[in-house]
Design a protein. Structure first.
Length: 548
């Protein structure tokens, strides 16, 4: 972190490079919101949210679908390449967020560094995504309870919904502690399952059978997807794993969404993002590799994508344990997946409500969403998500369940749109720094590595995935109206939101020389309350490598 020029406070208007446009842009007023929030999220909370906040059904259940449609090598390629691109997105967000640690994440950066119209469009795109994701997590948790007891899902939807609503309305510190606990559970499960997979592979299971790379040879490293034989079918199968990976990594980009509530954000945000690639490899890529070793891609129990109510019995880890004669694993996995669904729902409400607060502050939404309760929580924003939890009851009926599934499918595509927008905004930020003569490595709190090359590569990948999302509908004999609409409807929606707001408000893309980067840099260098230096670790604290 660069050395500050002065630790004394200066009147905002006297900061050298801050122009009147910057003042009108609300830099000084924007940072005033930090005083309204409670900075209850500590370094360890941020690290664990960044590390395990997105781990859930996408890894524990949908990894089976990736193996079934792509094969072990195809799934490994998809998760690895998508993981590298997702890590690039997180790094870009971390660089901008460490300079502008305000609630709302990319909607704030898009407004300052690109165009207010893009902030409006992406903000409401994300709000829609979270409004549907929260009830989806509730339904997932309710269905998983059926593994032990069969009662009306409406009861469990109500119970989990109330729990998810109460937690975000309390102190942010309470949320941080709950998420820390559940993240530790998920990490412990992943480590345990990977060890189990390696033991089974080496013949250490109850049946004593050594597997090795048997399933990579038969049925093979790739799958002939959609009945297409040859290299074409194998390529399409591998390509489909990229979409499974996007779903598994979704939400990973919102590590700065609650930046106003972080203690020492300009130290904790870079630390949470610098090691993201190692964590993606250790928990996602390694897990998908071990899954490909212990379960054949043609196992009929694997989740094939046609199940609207996945259960723990469809987890590839459970299938492998049953094959090896291990009986206790299914209940353990089911319990942790339920806690993961609840944890993911809590995270969705936290991120969604802070994004809603952020777009409200920018004037892109009703001002009522800025209201905070005595705990410093935007309670009106949280209550809105509580209202939309009732969408979960749609899963109880056959016809309404189909509609709910359509809504969920559109959410998956919105993640690609959001990642692409982050890349666009960051590139504008990067070239704005060059235009204004700002040295990213010496004047910013933190500069992401491999830029702008990794962002350009990620943007190209996301664009290809977005344009080919519904490719299966164009293959003869595989037309699906649901697939086509859910894969492409988000594109015209985001364009209508962007150009509609642009025409209505007559906004323009900010010229590179007019982007208020210099103002933010000067405000950072001369802020009145510099962040305290990190205390050196002593004794057992040196072992806390997960959040250090």
């Amino acid at each position: 972190m660069p050395r500050r020029r002065s630790e004394s406070s200066l009147p905002f208007e006297e900061l050298g490079h801050i122009t009147s446009d910057d003042v009108n842009g609300g830099i000084s007023n924007a940072f005033g919101e930090v005083q309204q929030f409670h900075q209850g999220l500590h370094q360890r909370h941020v690290q664990m949210i960044a590390l395990a906040g997105t781990i859930g059904t996408g890894l524990f259940l949908s990894s089976g679908q990736a193996i079934a449609t792509s094969g072990p090598l195809g799934a490994l390629i998809g998760y690895t390449v998508t993981g590298i691109a997702a890590a690039s997105v997180v790094s870009a967000v971390g660089e901008m967020g460490s300079l502008v640690p305000l609630s709302g994440g990319v909607v704030r950066y898009a407004d300052y560094f690109f165009d207010p119209a893009l902030s409006f469009a992406d903000g409401w795109n994300q709000i829609y995504s979270y409004l549907v994701s929260v009830p989806a997590e509730i339904v997932a948790a309710a269905v998983l309870v059926e593994f032990w007891i069969t009662v009306s899902n409406a009861i469990w939807i109500t119970v989990f919904g109330l729990l998810m609503l109460i937690t975000p309305l309390l102190f942010i510190r309470i949320y941080g502690e709950i998420e820390f606990f559940f993240s530790m559970m998920k990490i412990a499960l992943i480590i345990g399952l990977n060890i189990m997979a390696i033991v089974i592979t080496c013949g250490g299971g109850p049946n004593g059978e050594s597997i090795g790379f048997r399933y990579w040879r038969n049925p093979g490293p790739f799958v002939q997807y959609l009945g297409i034989h040859g290299s074409g079918g194998q390529f399409l199968g591998c390509w489909s794993s990229f979409y499974n990976a996007v779903y598994a990594y979704s939400g990973i980009q919102n590590v700065t969404a609650a930046a106003s509530e972080l203690r020492a954000p300009r130290r904790s945000i870079p630390k949470a993002t610098k090691r993201i690639f190692i964590r993606i490899f250790a928990f996602y890529v390694l897990s998908i590799f071990t899954v490909g070793l212990i379960v054949p891609s043609n196992d009929p129990k694997l989740l094939q994508g046609n199940s609207t109510h996945p259960t723990a019995s469809q987890s590839p880890f459970v299938i492998a344990a049953e094959r090896a004669g291990i009986t206790v694993v299914p209940s353990i996995i089911n319990a942790v997946i339920i806690s993961s669904a609840w944890s993911a729902g809590n995270a969705d409400i936290l991120f969604g409500s802070r994004i809603l607060y952020g777009i409200s502050v920018l004037g892109h939404g009703p001002k009522v969403f800025q209201l905070l309760n005595r705990f410093g929580v935007p309670y009106v924003s949280v209550i809105l998500f509580g209202v939309f939890m009732t969408l979960g009851y749609m899963s109880l009926g056959e016809s309404s369940s189909a509609v709910f599934r359509w809504l969920q499918n559109v959410v998956a595509v919105s993640t690609l749109v959001d990642w692409g927008i982050i890349c666009i905004v960051y590139l504008r930020f990067y070239y704005g720094c060059k235009k204004q003569g700002i040295n990213r490595h010496t004047e910013l709190p933190w500069a992401a590595p491999f830029q702008p090359y990794s962002t350009w590569a990620s943007l190209i990948l996301f664009a290809l995935l977005l344009l080919t999302g519904g490719y299966s509908a164009f293959i003869p004999g595989h037309w699906s109206t649901e697939t086509f609409i859910s894969s492409y409807i988000n594109i015209p929606i985001i364009l209508v939101l962007y150009f509609g707001y642009k025409i209505w408000k007559k906004t323009t893309i900010r010229p590179l020389e007019a982007i208020p980067i210099s103002g933010f840099v000067q405000f950072y260098l001369c802020q009145e309350y510099p962040e305290p230096e990190a205390k050196p670790k002593k004794g057992l604290k040196k072992l806390k490598i997960l959040w250090a």
